[in-house]
Design a protein around this ligand. Sequence first.
Ligand SMILES: [Zn+2]
Length: 102
Amino acid sequence: MTTIEALHWCEDFQINIITKTKKLAERHRFALDATSVAKAAIMCRIPVEPAQYRVNCDFVQIGNTKWCKGTTVHKCPCCDNFVSRMHKFCYNCGQAMDWGNE
Ligand SMILES: [Zn+2]
């Protein structure tokens, strides 16, 4: 099963519970909550393009490197934390990064 297939399975499962259940029992609410958590974890694995950010203060430190004013660096679009091209995942929230073909 691929990541996208797992995400679609969770979505279909939630839709089935909501549309086929007239009154949500506690176990249905639990299943909806559990699949919501699973969807969030799965979506973290789907790479997203990092947001570009131009340094507008004296410098920004990312890891051991300082980036001077005017330099373009990158931020995680999910948590707004600075990210480095050296990493495939945001070290703050775990979101997979899509750095393109660079
Ligand atoms: Zn993040």
